[in-house]
Design a protein around this ligand. Structure first.
Ligand SMILES: [Fe+2]
Length: 379
């Protein structure tokens, strides 16, 4: 790269691409394939999709001429009757090999056991009518991973319309929705009155759903208090307390399963999940769905103690938010980040009915981006 003095230096054509000086006074290299493929005319304004097909060019694209005209780079192409004009400001966006800015890539804020009074709460009717409030809700989901939607209608449809504010209902192998109440022949510990240790849901899915909705329709039983911990808070502290344990839990995949008469789901997951920045973004943990760990037994000499140190840390009071859900509330939380459980309850002491379902994290981010940013195509 050359540092140029003149901001109007002509682009320099090379064999496979060109150099152009941008606003930082530095010559930046752009490849001809990339320039031809991303010509503004390659995209259909209506569908916002690329309508140009680079696979159908007869020869490798090569610029015949390049000059800066006003605020744009103008290119003509060898063997094509086609002019490409790039606003220089647009080229600036791509002068470094880096992902496009993502408004949903927000830093996470860890929370602890005393967080309940501060949990962001949103009224369902207000969310339905106010897109700006919807953006605030999703922002809280991205940053804190746990929110409560209040004033929920007492209906199945009420849950669906709430999910649809974020995305579609994401089915799992047991269907679109689940009902948590005591069953006569339970296929899952959740469907009993027993205590449920802290876990993330459906770890045996290849990609466990990212956002969980738990709509409390009735809760008059004795016991059955909810437990939630922020996996990011615990794993970040674990990283400091036990770096080698953290390495094992974030690098080594272990098997999870969910098996009964008609299904046999299996997956391999790391207990600690890291994002593209190397930051903790979630957990996969479930004692009742952990398969028999099939790793080298000598590796287990180190893995199991680290796994147990982390599992015990998850149970520390410092991290455990305890409260009793009320009818009309819907807990909405990141199923990878927030571990949840419940205390045992007395099934004969009253009614307890939760209806739940999931949505995808990626779809929630998509909705957020559309609410708060312009995208590539809006004027
Ligand atoms: Fe669960």
């Amino acid at each position: 790269m050359n540092v140029m003095n003149s901001p109007i230096a002509a682009p320099v054509l090379k064999d496979k691409g060109l150099d152009i000086v941008l606003s930082d006074g530095v010559a930046h290299y752009f490849n001809y394939y990339w320039l031809r493929d991303n010509c503004p005319s390659s995209f259909d304004a209506s569908t916002r999709e690329r309508s140009f097909d680079i696979f159908h060019l007869d020869t490798a694209p090569r610029a015949a001429s390049a000059e800066v005209v006003g605020d744009a780079l103008e290119l003509t192409w060898v063997g094509e009757d086609h002019v490409t004009r790039f606003p220089l400001g647009w080229l600036e966006t791509y002068r470094q090999a880096a992902p496009r800015r993502d408004p949903s890539d927000l830093p996470r804020q860890a929370w602890y056991g005393d967080h309940y009074p501060e949990v962001p709460r949103f009224s369902q009717p207000e969310l339905l009518s106010d897109p700006a409030l919807r953006a605030k809700w999703i922002e809280a989901m991205l940053v804190e991973g746990f929110t409560i939607v209040t004033e929920m209608p007492d209906s199945d449809a009420g849950l669906t319309e709430t999910v649809n504010l974020i995305g579609q209902v994401r089915p799992t192998f047991f269907g679109d929705y689940f009902d948590v109440k005591t069953h006569i022949n339970p296929t899952n510990t959740a469907y009993t009155a027993a205590a449920l240790e802290l876990h993330t849901d459906t770890p045996a899915e290849e990609h466990a759903p990212g956002v969980q909705f738990l709509h409390c329709r009735a809760n008059t039983v004795q016991g059955g208090g909810s437990l939630y911990s922020d996996g990011v808070a615990v794993a970040n502290d674990f990283r400091l307390r036990d770096p080698e344990g953290f390495r094992l839990l974030s690098e080594v995949e272990i098997p999870f399963y969910c098996e009964h008469d008609t299904y046999d789901m299996r997956s391999r997951q790391t207990v600690i999940e890291l994002d593209q920045h190397g930051e903790v973004s979630g957990l996969t943990i479930s004692q009742h769905m952990l398969d028999i760990i099939d790793l080298d037994q000598a590796l287990l000499d180190d893995y199991y103690p680290a796994f147990c140190r982390f599992g015990r840390m998850l149970q520390e009071e410092k991290y455990m938010m305890r409260f009793v859900m009320k009818a009309g509330e819907c807990m909405v939380f990141d199923n990878h980040r927030i571990v949840h459980g419940r205390a045992a309850y007395s099934a004969t002491s009253g009614d307890r009915y939760l209806r739940g379902c999931y949505a995808d994290r990626a779809e929630m981010r998509s909705t957020y981006r559309a609410l708060v940013s312009e995208g590539r195509f809006k004027a």
